[in-house]
Write a protein that binds this ligand. Structure first.
Ligand code: ASN
Ligand code: ZN
Length: 356
Protein backbone atom coordinates (compact mmCIF):
# COMPACT_ATOMS: atom_id res chain seq x y z
CA UNK A 1 0.00 0.00 0.00
CA UNK A 2 1.35 3.43 -0.92
CA UNK A 3 1.87 5.75 2.01
CA UNK A 4 1.09 9.41 1.61
CA UNK A 5 1.99 12.33 3.88
CA UNK A 6 -1.04 14.50 4.58
CA UNK A 7 -1.75 17.43 6.88
CA UNK A 8 -4.24 16.75 9.62
CA UNK A 9 -5.79 18.93 12.26
CA UNK A 10 -5.16 18.34 15.94
CA UNK A 11 -6.74 19.93 18.97
CA UNK A 12 -3.82 20.36 21.33
CA UNK A 13 -4.05 21.10 25.01
CA UNK A 14 -1.65 24.06 25.18
CA UNK A 15 -1.44 25.48 21.65
CA UNK A 16 -4.97 25.41 20.26
CA UNK A 17 -5.77 23.71 16.95
CA UNK A 18 -2.53 22.82 15.18
CA UNK A 19 -1.58 21.37 11.76
CA UNK A 20 0.09 17.98 12.14
CA UNK A 21 1.77 15.82 9.52
CA UNK A 22 0.21 12.37 9.38
CA UNK A 23 0.41 9.39 7.02
CA UNK A 24 -2.46 8.01 4.98
CA UNK A 25 -2.27 4.24 4.51
CA UNK A 26 -5.23 2.96 2.51
CA UNK A 27 -8.15 4.62 4.25
CA UNK A 28 -6.47 4.86 7.66
CA UNK A 29 -4.61 7.85 9.02
CA UNK A 30 -1.52 7.14 11.09
CA UNK A 31 0.06 9.59 13.50
CA UNK A 32 3.40 9.40 11.81
CA UNK A 33 5.35 12.27 10.25
CA UNK A 34 7.58 10.74 7.58
CA UNK A 35 8.83 14.17 6.47
CA UNK A 36 10.84 14.58 9.67
CA UNK A 37 13.32 11.78 10.25
CA UNK A 38 13.75 8.57 8.29
CA UNK A 39 13.92 4.92 9.28
CA UNK A 40 13.89 4.20 12.99
CA UNK A 41 11.44 1.80 14.59
CA UNK A 42 8.36 3.09 12.78
CA UNK A 43 9.74 4.50 9.51
CA UNK A 44 9.19 8.14 10.50
CA UNK A 45 8.49 10.24 13.54
CA UNK A 46 5.69 8.37 15.25
CA UNK A 47 3.41 8.89 18.21
CA UNK A 48 2.35 5.68 19.90
CA UNK A 49 -0.09 4.71 22.62
CA UNK A 50 1.72 3.10 25.56
CA UNK A 51 -1.75 2.48 27.00
CA UNK A 52 -0.57 2.67 30.63
CA UNK A 53 2.48 0.40 30.27
CA UNK A 54 4.44 0.88 33.49
CA UNK A 55 7.20 3.49 33.66
CA UNK A 56 9.48 0.82 35.17
CA UNK A 57 9.22 -1.40 32.10
CA UNK A 58 7.88 0.82 29.34
CA UNK A 59 6.69 -0.48 25.98
CA UNK A 60 5.69 1.81 23.12
CA UNK A 61 2.50 0.04 22.06
CA UNK A 62 1.28 0.89 18.57
CA UNK A 63 1.06 4.00 16.40
CA UNK A 64 -2.10 6.05 16.82
CA UNK A 65 -4.55 5.55 13.96
CA UNK A 66 -7.82 7.25 13.08
CA UNK A 67 -10.51 7.01 10.38
CA UNK A 68 -10.40 10.77 9.85
CA UNK A 69 -7.52 13.23 9.92
CA UNK A 70 -8.96 15.23 12.82
CA UNK A 71 -7.51 14.37 16.20
CA UNK A 72 -8.10 15.10 19.88
CA UNK A 73 -10.39 17.42 21.80
CA UNK A 74 -7.86 19.73 23.44
CA UNK A 75 -8.82 18.64 26.94
CA UNK A 76 -6.90 17.02 29.76
CA UNK A 77 -7.06 13.20 29.68
CA UNK A 78 -9.48 11.80 32.23
CA UNK A 79 -7.89 9.08 34.35
CA UNK A 80 -9.55 5.74 33.67
CA UNK A 81 -10.90 6.90 30.33
CA UNK A 82 -10.08 5.51 26.91
CA UNK A 83 -6.60 6.17 25.55
CA UNK A 84 -7.91 5.79 21.98
CA UNK A 85 -10.91 8.14 22.15
CA UNK A 86 -10.72 11.77 21.02
CA UNK A 87 -9.94 12.57 24.63
CA UNK A 88 -7.04 10.10 24.66
CA UNK A 89 -5.72 11.36 21.32
CA UNK A 90 -5.05 14.81 22.72
CA UNK A 91 -1.89 13.55 24.43
CA UNK A 92 -0.71 12.34 21.02
CA UNK A 93 -1.45 15.70 19.39
CA UNK A 94 0.53 17.47 22.13
CA UNK A 95 3.47 15.11 21.60
CA UNK A 96 3.55 15.38 17.80
CA UNK A 97 3.26 19.17 17.88
CA UNK A 98 6.14 19.37 20.37
CA UNK A 99 8.22 16.95 18.30
CA UNK A 100 7.60 18.79 15.03
CA UNK A 101 8.59 22.09 16.61
CA UNK A 102 11.69 20.71 18.32
CA UNK A 103 12.83 19.02 15.13
CA UNK A 104 12.28 22.20 13.09
CA UNK A 105 14.06 24.40 15.62
CA UNK A 106 17.24 22.33 15.42
CA UNK A 107 17.11 21.67 11.68
CA UNK A 108 16.17 25.16 10.50
CA UNK A 109 18.48 27.11 12.79
CA UNK A 110 21.40 24.76 13.47
CA UNK A 111 21.19 22.35 10.55
CA UNK A 112 20.93 19.47 13.06
CA UNK A 113 18.58 16.67 12.01
CA UNK A 114 16.68 14.61 14.58
CA UNK A 115 18.32 13.39 17.80
CA UNK A 116 21.45 11.87 16.33
CA UNK A 117 22.13 14.52 13.71
CA UNK A 118 21.79 11.84 11.01
CA UNK A 119 18.01 12.29 10.71
CA UNK A 120 17.15 8.93 12.24
CA UNK A 121 13.46 8.94 13.16
CA UNK A 122 12.41 8.48 16.77
CA UNK A 123 9.05 8.17 18.51
CA UNK A 124 7.13 9.41 21.51
CA UNK A 125 4.88 7.06 23.48
CA UNK A 126 2.06 8.76 25.40
CA UNK A 127 -0.15 7.55 28.26
CA UNK A 128 2.75 5.84 30.01
CA UNK A 129 1.83 4.48 33.43
CA UNK A 130 -1.12 5.86 35.43
CA UNK A 131 -1.45 9.42 36.74
CA UNK A 132 2.22 9.72 35.86
CA UNK A 133 3.67 13.12 36.75
CA UNK A 134 6.77 12.80 34.59
CA UNK A 135 8.23 12.49 31.09
CA UNK A 136 11.54 10.99 30.08
CA UNK A 137 13.95 10.13 27.30
CA UNK A 138 14.79 6.42 27.32
CA UNK A 139 18.37 5.77 26.16
CA UNK A 140 17.54 2.14 25.38
CA UNK A 141 15.01 2.87 22.64
CA UNK A 142 16.29 6.43 22.00
CA UNK A 143 12.63 7.33 22.34
CA UNK A 144 10.49 9.30 24.80
CA UNK A 145 7.67 8.53 27.20
CA UNK A 146 5.15 11.12 28.30
CA UNK A 147 2.84 10.85 31.30
CA UNK A 148 -0.77 12.02 31.58
CA UNK A 149 0.03 13.93 34.77
CA UNK A 150 -1.21 13.28 38.27
CA UNK A 151 -1.31 15.46 41.36
CA UNK A 152 1.19 18.08 40.16
CA UNK A 153 0.80 18.30 36.40
CA UNK A 154 -1.58 18.01 33.51
CA UNK A 155 -0.38 16.05 30.45
CA UNK A 156 3.36 16.60 30.24
CA UNK A 157 3.40 17.31 26.50
CA UNK A 158 4.05 21.06 26.49
CA UNK A 159 6.54 22.32 23.92
CA UNK A 160 9.25 23.08 26.48
CA UNK A 161 8.96 19.63 28.08
CA UNK A 162 9.05 17.78 24.74
CA UNK A 163 11.98 19.99 23.72
CA UNK A 164 13.66 19.11 27.02
CA UNK A 165 13.31 15.35 26.47
CA UNK A 166 14.51 15.59 22.88
CA UNK A 167 17.41 17.65 24.19
CA UNK A 168 18.37 14.66 26.33
CA UNK A 169 18.26 12.58 23.15
CA UNK A 170 20.73 14.87 21.38
CA UNK A 171 23.10 14.81 24.38
CA UNK A 172 22.78 11.01 24.58
CA UNK A 173 23.89 10.79 20.93
CA UNK A 174 26.81 13.22 21.30
CA UNK A 175 28.72 14.13 24.49
CA UNK A 176 26.64 11.68 26.53
CA UNK A 177 27.18 13.68 29.74
CA UNK A 178 27.07 11.24 32.68
CA UNK A 179 23.77 11.72 34.53
CA UNK A 180 25.23 12.40 37.98
CA UNK A 181 27.53 14.96 39.57
CA UNK A 182 28.35 18.16 37.70
CA UNK A 183 28.09 16.48 34.28
CA UNK A 184 24.56 15.40 35.23
CA UNK A 185 23.64 18.98 36.03
CA UNK A 186 25.01 20.08 32.66
CA UNK A 187 23.00 17.30 30.97
CA UNK A 188 19.82 18.55 32.65
CA UNK A 189 20.64 22.16 31.84
CA UNK A 190 21.25 21.25 28.20
CA UNK A 191 17.79 19.71 28.10
CA UNK A 192 16.23 22.84 29.64
CA UNK A 193 18.08 25.04 27.14
CA UNK A 194 16.73 22.93 24.26
CA UNK A 195 13.22 23.22 25.72
CA UNK A 196 13.35 27.00 26.03
CA UNK A 197 14.89 27.59 22.62
CA UNK A 198 12.21 25.39 21.06
CA UNK A 199 9.59 27.43 22.90
CA UNK A 200 11.04 30.69 21.57
CA UNK A 201 11.10 29.36 18.00
CA UNK A 202 7.62 27.84 18.15
CA UNK A 203 5.96 30.87 19.72
CA UNK A 204 7.25 33.05 16.88
CA UNK A 205 5.58 30.78 14.33
CA UNK A 206 8.14 28.01 13.86
CA UNK A 207 9.82 29.27 10.68
CA UNK A 208 13.06 30.95 9.67
CA UNK A 209 16.71 30.25 10.37
CA UNK A 210 17.10 32.31 13.55
CA UNK A 211 15.91 31.73 17.11
CA UNK A 212 13.97 34.88 18.08
CA UNK A 213 15.60 37.14 20.66
CA UNK A 214 12.55 37.04 22.91
CA UNK A 215 9.39 35.00 23.36
CA UNK A 216 10.30 32.11 25.63
CA UNK A 217 9.37 32.43 29.29
CA UNK A 218 12.67 31.24 30.86
CA UNK A 219 10.78 28.86 33.13
CA UNK A 220 10.22 25.16 32.56
CA UNK A 221 6.79 23.59 32.63
CA UNK A 222 4.56 26.62 33.20
CA UNK A 223 1.82 25.27 30.93
CA UNK A 224 1.59 21.84 32.53
CA UNK A 225 1.58 23.03 36.12
CA UNK A 226 -1.52 22.58 38.26
CA UNK A 227 -0.22 24.86 41.02
CA UNK A 228 0.62 27.73 38.67
CA UNK A 229 4.28 27.45 39.70
CA UNK A 230 6.77 26.29 37.07
CA UNK A 231 9.17 23.40 37.64
CA UNK A 232 12.34 25.47 37.22
CA UNK A 233 13.34 29.10 36.86
CA UNK A 234 16.29 29.50 34.50
CA UNK A 235 16.89 33.18 35.25
CA UNK A 236 16.98 32.58 39.00
CA UNK A 237 17.06 28.85 39.84
CA UNK A 238 16.81 29.37 43.61
CA UNK A 239 13.17 30.34 43.21
CA UNK A 240 12.40 26.59 43.35
CA UNK A 241 13.74 26.43 46.92
CA UNK A 242 16.34 23.76 46.05
CA UNK A 243 18.59 24.93 43.22
CA UNK A 244 21.62 27.17 43.79
CA UNK A 245 22.18 30.22 41.60
CA UNK A 246 25.95 29.76 41.42
CA UNK A 247 28.57 27.02 41.28
CA UNK A 248 30.22 25.80 44.50
CA UNK A 249 32.35 22.76 45.31
CA UNK A 250 29.31 20.94 46.76
CA UNK A 251 27.18 21.40 43.63
CA UNK A 252 28.13 17.90 42.46
CA UNK A 253 26.27 16.34 45.41
CA UNK A 254 22.88 17.69 44.36
CA UNK A 255 20.13 16.05 42.33
CA UNK A 256 20.83 16.77 38.65
CA UNK A 257 17.62 18.82 38.40
CA UNK A 258 19.13 21.24 40.95
CA UNK A 259 22.80 21.16 39.90
CA UNK A 260 21.51 22.27 36.49
CA UNK A 261 20.53 25.61 38.00
CA UNK A 262 23.77 27.57 37.70
CA UNK A 263 24.30 26.57 34.06
CA UNK A 264 20.70 27.52 33.31
CA UNK A 265 21.39 30.91 34.84
CA UNK A 266 24.62 31.20 32.86
CA UNK A 267 22.65 30.60 29.66
CA UNK A 268 20.02 33.16 30.64
CA UNK A 269 22.74 35.77 31.26
CA UNK A 270 24.58 34.83 28.04
CA UNK A 271 21.40 35.37 26.06
CA UNK A 272 19.65 38.20 27.89
CA UNK A 273 22.40 39.84 29.92
CA UNK A 274 22.58 40.53 33.63
CA UNK A 275 20.97 43.84 34.45
CA UNK A 276 21.00 45.24 37.96
CA UNK A 277 18.40 47.86 37.12
CA UNK A 278 15.87 45.12 36.28
CA UNK A 279 15.88 43.90 39.89
CA UNK A 280 17.72 41.34 41.95
CA UNK A 281 16.42 38.33 40.01
CA UNK A 282 18.17 39.60 36.91
CA UNK A 283 21.71 40.31 37.99
CA UNK A 284 24.53 38.43 39.65
CA UNK A 285 26.51 39.76 42.59
CA UNK A 286 29.42 37.67 41.32
CA UNK A 287 29.85 40.19 38.54
CA UNK A 288 31.93 42.63 40.50
CA UNK A 289 32.95 44.75 37.53
CA UNK A 290 30.66 47.76 37.31
CA UNK A 291 27.75 47.96 37.04
CA UNK A 292 26.98 44.36 38.12
CA UNK A 293 25.90 43.81 34.57
CA UNK A 294 26.83 42.16 31.32
CA UNK A 295 25.40 42.39 27.83
CA UNK A 296 23.69 39.34 26.37
CA UNK A 297 24.17 38.03 22.83
CA UNK A 298 20.55 36.96 22.27
CA UNK A 299 18.93 33.55 22.04
CA UNK A 300 20.21 32.65 18.59
CA UNK A 301 23.91 33.17 19.24
CA UNK A 302 23.70 31.77 22.77
CA UNK A 303 22.12 28.56 21.46
CA UNK A 304 24.67 28.22 18.63
CA UNK A 305 27.55 28.58 21.09
CA UNK A 306 25.99 26.09 23.54
CA UNK A 307 24.97 23.57 20.90
CA UNK A 308 28.40 23.47 19.27
CA UNK A 309 30.04 22.98 22.68
CA UNK A 310 27.68 20.30 23.98
CA UNK A 311 27.60 18.27 20.76
CA UNK A 312 31.23 18.54 19.60
CA UNK A 313 33.42 19.53 22.56
CA UNK A 314 31.96 18.23 25.82
CA UNK A 315 32.75 14.68 26.93
CA UNK A 316 30.81 12.43 29.30
CA UNK A 317 32.79 13.81 32.25
CA UNK A 318 32.70 17.54 31.43
CA UNK A 319 32.20 19.61 34.59
CA UNK A 320 31.40 23.29 35.01
CA UNK A 321 35.04 24.43 34.66
CA UNK A 322 35.52 22.34 31.52
CA UNK A 323 32.20 23.59 30.14
CA UNK A 324 33.41 27.19 30.53
CA UNK A 325 36.67 26.47 28.67
CA UNK A 326 34.84 24.72 25.84
CA UNK A 327 32.09 27.33 25.60
CA UNK A 328 34.77 30.00 25.19
CA UNK A 329 36.42 27.92 22.46
CA UNK A 330 33.06 27.45 20.77
CA UNK A 331 32.34 31.20 20.82
CA UNK A 332 35.83 31.97 19.50
CA UNK A 333 35.39 29.53 16.61
CA UNK A 334 31.98 30.91 15.73
CA UNK A 335 32.56 34.63 16.29
CA UNK A 336 36.30 35.13 16.66
CA UNK A 337 38.97 35.40 19.35
CA UNK A 338 38.31 38.55 21.34
CA UNK A 339 34.76 38.80 19.99
CA UNK A 340 32.05 40.29 22.17
CA UNK A 341 30.38 36.86 22.10
CA UNK A 342 33.47 35.17 23.59
CA UNK A 343 33.64 37.91 26.22
CA UNK A 344 29.95 37.37 27.02
CA UNK A 345 30.60 33.67 27.63
CA UNK A 346 33.34 34.55 30.13
CA UNK A 347 31.09 37.06 31.88
CA UNK A 348 28.15 34.63 31.98
CA UNK A 349 30.28 31.95 33.65
CA UNK A 350 31.83 34.53 35.99
CA UNK A 351 28.25 35.42 36.98
CA UNK A 352 27.77 31.89 38.32
CA UNK A 353 31.16 31.81 40.08
CA UNK A 354 33.06 29.88 37.39
CA UNK A 355 36.18 31.72 36.26
CA UNK A 356 36.60 35.45 35.94
N1 ASN B 1 11.57 14.45 33.60
C1 ASN B 1 12.87 14.00 34.00
C2 ASN B 1 13.90 14.57 33.07
O1 ASN B 1 13.77 14.49 31.87
C3 ASN B 1 12.93 12.54 34.01
C4 ASN B 1 14.30 12.02 34.02
O2 ASN B 1 14.73 11.47 33.03
N2 ASN B 1 15.06 12.19 35.07
O3 ASN B 1 14.84 15.10 33.54
ZN1 ZN C 1 15.72 16.07 32.12
Amino acid sequence: EALQTVVGSGKSQYNGTVPINTTLSGSTYQMKDATRGVGGTFGGMAITNANHAPESNPTPGTIYTNSTNTWGDGLQYVSGGSTTSANGQTAAVNALWGLMNTYDTMKNTLGWQSLDGNNTATYIAVHVDNNYDNAFFDPNCKCMYIGDGGSSFNNLGSIDVIGHEMGHGVIDATSNLTYSGESGGLNESGADIAGEMTEAYARAGGTGSVIPATGNDWVMGQEISKSGQPLRWMYKPSKDGSSPNAWSSTLKNLNVHYSSGPNNRMFYFLSQGSNASSGSDYYSSYLTKQPLAMTGVGNDKAYRIWFKAVTTKFTSSTNYADARTKMIASAEELYGVGSKEATAVKRAYAAINVGT
